[in-house]
Each structure stands twice: as structure tokens, then as C-alpha cells.
Design a protein around this ligand. Structure first.
Ligand code: HEM
Length: 499
């Protein structure tokens, strides 16, 4: 066990002792034993070394926090010091250099402006209300598509379908729903899904350039080259959409709907908010944030919820009972029904407890040496908060491995387990100033999606298929095997399914 009293360097200068942790080998540290299921591997090490441990991966020092009280120290009490990011090599290109978007920007005037633009203008509950019609249209289109599948008794890849829906809603909110025909949009959607999956796989994959920054310029695994290619494909798509909008404006005619792109282009024209500039690169980097940060996270959550419920028919029956009482079968579920669907919300909370979309969040990076749990955490190291393990801690959660939505009903045993990171033992969206920027959107989209899937259809596995709940870590938590199921209509009249 390394740690106590050790004087370390390479992200660990100065006095005090580092958190304990595996000794590892000279030069490579613990790299040879690294498990791709990083969240599980870190949880195992926490069992051995305690709720804060350090791990050397190449020349990089990682510090992993696995308890509510230490998460509080990092995310709340020392929020500002810990709010930096250690930008992985794979993210440099897709974030337009790291300083242009929200996710990978250090906290500072640009990050503040970008977050304000998103959280206030687009992703606030009021901003979302403004584009309620767009979501309703997209959901009706999905409903009609699923009905066609149901009539043909064709299996549906639930995650893929939800990805398309979420992506259409997000891109519609960003730049309006007017990009091409339906078939063109479906093709773009498929393309997007592959691109986003490739990006999240790349961000979750071990990269020599991150472990040995001195070797980064050689790009030994070719990850940066791949990331440049992916970024360019997005970039061209964004550039085309922006160009279309600007030329439509120049040509006069109907003013465009007041969507997010419109707002951003106005801000760009004005050169920012007076304190910080806002450039066309920021516009594209923000579009990237929303498309990459908002799609898989949301659609995977819905897929996990469906898989859990299909595994437990008695819970599925409870969701249906609530839907039948609130909506019935003679109408289609609408967003206005969502506040009354308490059990459904509890199902989603429990899904995010067991299967948080970002099990290690997005790693933080202290801007100065700090002390956590009595140990020294050096500036520049990579700090992981293992929310996956915290939300399965038997000291906090009764039967932590069991899927029990009821624990979130009746005020959650007197606790305020919400999405705002108020309690440090439930933080699927993080906590503190870097908390997820898209909570309101994620909340509505997951609830609306799950409600629609379950109110309008019964779902069964294709003959001979087996349901499993294995995880695959790739920065975003995916289901190792996609959930494929066959829908059967359950609304009273076929006309209800038409878009
Ligand atoms: C179920 C869905 C989602 C989950 C569980 C989730 C969770 C998270 C988490 C854990 C973080 C990192 C917090 C940290 O580093 O401390 C994050 C960051 C972020 N999320 Fe989400 N997210 C979801 C959906 C969305 C959506 C729909 C959007 C936007 C459309 C979005 C945009 C962002 C952005 C921009 C950040 C970076 C914030 C920053 O670095 O300041 N997320 N999210």
C-alpha cells in the first residue's frame, strides 16, 4: 500500500500524504491491472483501500472518492478548487480545443457565459415549455413508427429508437425541426448515433496519451486522429445547418422560429455579453455539448428502465395501473400528464440510482493542492467520484442491488433525493457548480419516453431471447446487449397512433 507519508511527484509535489492505494509497477503504475469496467474496478479498490484512494496510471495520478461525506468535500465544500477538468486527449478535438464548450472548459467567464446561455435560454423549464409542441410532434412520430412495428410484429431496438427521438428533440430545440425530409432526418439520426457512440467509446477507452502526456504527440493508438475525423464530420453538419440559417436570413422572408441557434447567432453577432466574447466556434462547440451530452445519457436511461421493468412484471403492472388511472387507454399520454405520474418518476429515480448514465461523472481536476478526508490531493490530478458505488452503498441503501422504486416514494424516507444533488448519497447528475446542465430536459425526456412506451404498448422479448442487465462502461454506461423487444398495441383505437 502506497500513500501515507509518501512524498510524491508528477501531479503530487509537496508535503502531506497521498491517499492510500495500490503500489503498482514502476513507470506504468496500475495500468496493467486496469479493468475496462472502470466503475466496478474502482469500487473493488475502494473496498480494499477505503473511501478515498489514489491510483497511478502511467505518469498520471488518479484520486477516487467513494463516500457521500468525501463527495461533499469535493463537490460542495471545495467546489471551486475541484471544478476544473483534466481534458482527455480524445476530447480535445471534439471540444474544439477544450476551451470553447461547457463540458471541458475550466470554470471561468467563458464557461459561465456558455452555461448561462444553455441553462437559462434553452434548458430551463420555461425554455422547454416554449418548445413543448416540438416534443409532442416528435413523440407522435415515434408512436406512429412503433405502431407500424407492432402491426408487423417486428422487434424494436429500444435504445436506438429512443436515441432517435431524443436526438430529434434536442436538434429540433437547437435549430428547429426543419432540416430536410423525414427520411433525410432518419438517415442523419442513424449517422449521429454511430458518431456519438464512437465518441463515448473513445472517451471511455484507456489512452496512452492520457497516461503518459509526454507521449501524447505520438498518438500511439491513433485515438486523436480518429477523434479529429469524428469532429470534422460533426463540424461539417453544424456548419451546413448554420450556413442554411444565415442564408435564409439574408434572403429575407419568414423570420425563423426563436430557437436556440437563433439566440446564439444573435449573441455571436453582438460579440458576447460585454464581458466575454462568443464566437462561431462557441456556437458549434455548444451544439456538440448538447448532442453528445444529452442523447445517449437520456436514451440509455430509458432503455435501462424498460429492461428493469420487463424483468419485474409486478412493477411494470404498477406503472401501467398509474398510467391507466391518469391517462386511460382512450387517449395518448401528453407531457401535461407527467407531474401526476409519481410511480413512474420513482422508477426513473431508481433506474438512475442503479444505472447512472455517467457512473464516474465527468472527472474533476483540482486547480491547487487540496486536502480531502485528511489526505493531500495534488493540483492537476484526475478526481473521480464513483457515484455508481455510492448509490449502491449498503450503509445507505437497504438491499442496494435490488430495483425498488418504492424507496423514492413518500418523501424517500424523509430524505430529499432529487436530481439537484441536494443529498450526497444520491447524485446521478452530480452536485455543485458543475452539476449537469440538462437536468430539466433529461427529466422530461426520460419520463415522457417511458410513459409513452408503456402506456401505448405491451412489450415482449422475441421468442428464445433472454433478458440480461450487464453493463458496459464507456464514460457513459451502456447496456452490454441492446434491449430488443416486440411491441403490441394497448390503446383502445388504432387512430390514436397516427402522427
Ligand atoms: C439522464 C440523463 C443525464 C444524466 C444522468 C446526466 C448526468 C450528468 C453528469 C453526472 C454530469 C457531470 C457532472 C460533473 O462533472 O460534476 C453531466 C454534465 C453535463 N450534462 Fe448531463 N446528464 C444527462 C442528460 C443531459 C442532457 C439532456 C443535456 C443537454 C441537452 C446534458 C448536458 C450536460 C452538460 C452540458 C454537462 C457539463 C456541465 C459542466 O461541465 O459544467 N446532460 N451530466
Amino acid at each position: 500500500v502506497r500513500g501515507r507519508g509518501s512524498k510524491s511527484n508528477a501531479n503530487g509535489n509537496g508535503g502531506g500524504s497521498l491517499p492510500p492505494g495500490p503500489t503498482g509497477l514502476p513507470l506504468v503504475g496500475s495500468l496493467p491491472s486496469l479493468d475496462p469496467q472502470l466503475h466496478v474496478y474502482f469500487a473493488r479498490l475502494a473496498d480494499r483501500y477505503g473511501p478515498i484512494f489514489s491510483i497511478r496510471l502511467g505518469s498520471k495520478l488518479g484520486v477516487v472518492v467513494t463516500s457521500p461525506s468525501l463527495a461533499r468535500e469535493v463537490l460542495r465544500e471545495q467546489d471551486l478548487v475541484f471544478s476544473g477538468r483534466d481534458v482527455p486527449d480524445a476530447a480535445r478535438s471534439i471540444s474544439y480545443g477544450g476551451g470553447q464548450n461547457i463540458v471541458w472548459n475550466p470554470v471561468g467567464p467563458t464557461w459561465r457565459l456558455l452555461r448561462r446561455v444553455c441553462v437559462r435560454e434553452m434548458l430551463s423549464p420555461a425554455g422547454l415549455d416554449n418548445v413543448h409542441g416540438l416534443r409532442a410532434r416528435e413523440f407522435r412520430a415515434t408512436l406512429a413508427h412503433l405502431h407500424a412495428q407492432a402491426v408487423a410484429a417486428a422487434p424494436v431496438d429500444v435504445g436506438a429508437q429512443m436515441f432517435l427521438t431524443v436526438m430529434n428533440v434536442i436538434t429540433g430545440t437547437l435549430w428547429g425541426g426543419n432540416v430536410g425530409s423525414d427520411s433525410e432526418r432518419a438517415a442523419v439520426g442513424k449517422d449521429f448515433r454511430h458518431l456519438v457512440a464512437e465518441i463515448t467509446d473513445m472517451l471511455g477507452a484507456p489512452n496512452v496519451s492520457d497516461f503518459f502526456p509526454a507521449l501524447a504527440r505520438f498518438d500511439l493508438q491513433g485515438i486523436r486522429r480518429k477523434s479529429d475525423v469524428l469532429k470534422e464530420r460533426f463540424n461539417q453538419m453544424f456548419a451546413r445547418i448554420i450556413e442554411q440559417r444565415i442564408s435564409a436570413e439574408r434572403a429575407g422572408g419568414e423570420p425563423p422560429a426563436p430557437d436556440f441557434l437563433e439566440y446564439m447567432l444573435k449573441l455571436e453577432k453582438e460579440g458576447g455579453d460585454g464581458k466575454t466574447s462568443f464566437t462561431m466556434t462557441n456556437v458549434k462547440a455548444l451544439l456538440m455539448d448538447m448532442v453528445v451530452g444529452g442523447t445517449e445519457t437520456t436514451s440509455n436511461t430509458v432503455e435501462w428502465a424498460m429492461a428493469e421493468l420487463m424483468q419485474k412484471p409486478e412493477l411494470m403492472a404498477k406503472v401501467r395501473q398509474e398510467l391507466d388511472a391518469v391517462v386511460g387507454r382512450d387517449a395518448v399520454v401528453e407531457e401535461s400528464h407527467l407531474p401526476q405520474l409519481h410511480y413512474l418518476h420513482a422508477v426513473l429515480k431508481e433506474t438512475l440510482r442503479l444505472h447512472p448514465a455517467l457512473p464516474l461523472m465527468v472527472p474533476h481536476c483540482p486547480s491547487a493542492d487540496a486536502t480531502v478526508g485528511g489526505y493531500r490531493v495534488p493540483a492537476g490530478c484526475r478526481v473521480f467520484v464513483n457515484v455508481w458505488a455510492i448509490m449502491r452503498d449498503p450503509a445507505v441503501w437497504k438491499d442496494p442491488q435490488e430495483f425498488i422504486p418504492e424507496r423514492f416514494l413518500g418523501g424517500g424516507e424523509g430524505r430529499k433525493w432529487d436530481f439537484n444533488g441536494s443529498e450526497m448519497d444520491y447524485l446521478p447528475f452530480g452536485s455543485g457548480r458543475r452539476i449537469c446542465a440538462g437536468i430539466a430536459m433529461a427529466d422530461r425526456m426520460t419520463a415522457y419516453s417511458l410513459a409513452m412506451l408503456l402506456q401505448a404498448f405491451d412489450w415482449e422479448l422475441p421468442a428464445g431471447a433472454r433478458l440480461e442487465l450487464d453493463e458496459k462502461f464507456a464514460i457513459v454506461m451502456k447496456k452490454a446487449t441492446p434491449l430488443v423487444a416486440v411491441p403490441t398495441p394497448r390503446l383502445s383505437k388504432p387512430e390514436l397512433y397516427s402522427a
